[in-house]
Write a new protein. Structure first.
Length: 246
């Protein structure tokens, strides 16, 4: 919702800047509409075409990398959950309790909104998996080795859990977005200066403002992969639940 509001505000600023300078140009004094003034304004516009493009490209690349990294780590986490269940199965009936707690944990994670939120309930369930696993005792050396392997996989799953939780809270600094919007606003204002006042030009400016606003909206949304309309699928965790129940 926040990203949508920001995108709407950016659209209003950009289109408004272009249309305002277009409307005001005809009311300016003659020396403000001279060729020298227009040339200087165009030079400024050329400068500000390059800088916002570079910054937008950087932000898009960063958001895409964050999105891909979180998606990869989510799949790794789901794989660790499945491996943890598989490593406990050879331990026999004594491992039924930690397996049951593991299933309860994954089901709770799927209920959390977003699933990256480290809620008190889900984290307590994850701790209980580790506690119940540590309480197991075996005399058979083979089962002791399997038990140690399961504890190792559990620690790996916990580490992976916090890795993608921390990555999921990524956001762009507000000053960076403000600077970008300022550059874009000035660029649209200079483009509207002395531009022909007709439907074609106005439509192009409005369309350009809408597309840039949409791009910034996508960038902000991709930086938070578990909220908004652009979300990662929870299918890996659903598959983990299906595997545990087998």
């Amino acid at each position: 919702m926040v990203a949508f509001v920001i995108a709407v505000l950016i659209f209003v600023l950009l289109s408004g800047a272009a249309l305002a300078t277009m409307a005001v140009h005809g009311r300016l004094k003659e020396h403000h509409r001279s060729d020298e003034t227009n040339t200087s304004v165009r030079l400024v516009a050329t400068l500000f075409v390059t800088m916002p493009s570079l910054l937008l490209g950087l932000m898009m690349n960063n958001a895409a990398n964050t999105y891909v990294a979180v998606d990869r780590n989510l799949h790794v986490f789901a794989t660790d959950i499945i491996l943890l269940d598989r490593s406990m199965r050879p331990l026999g009936e004594s491992a039924d309790e930690p397996r049951r707690r593991l299933l309860a944990y994954v089901e709770q994670v799927l209920k959390d909104v977003p699933i990256s939120r480290a809620s008190e309930v889900s984290e307590h369930l994850l701790d209980e998996v580790g506690n119940s696993l540590r309480e197991l005792r075996f005399d058979d050396e083979q089962k002791v080795a399997l038990w140690n392997d399961a504890r190792s996989v559990y620690r790996q799953a916990v580490q992976q859990r916090w890795t993608f939780v921390e990555q999921s809270d990524g956001s762009f600094p507000s000053p960076l977005i403000c600077i970008l919007v300022g550059w874009l606003t000035l660029m649209f204002a200079t483009l509207g200066f002395r531009a022909p006042r007709n439907a074609v030009v106005i439509s192009i400016y409005i369309a350009a403002a809408a597309l840039i606003s949409a791009a910034i909206y996508l960038i902000i949304e991709m930086s938070t992969p578990f909220s908004g309309p652009i979300q990662l699928s929870d299918r890996p965790l659903v598959r983990a639940v299906e595997e545990i129940r087998r």
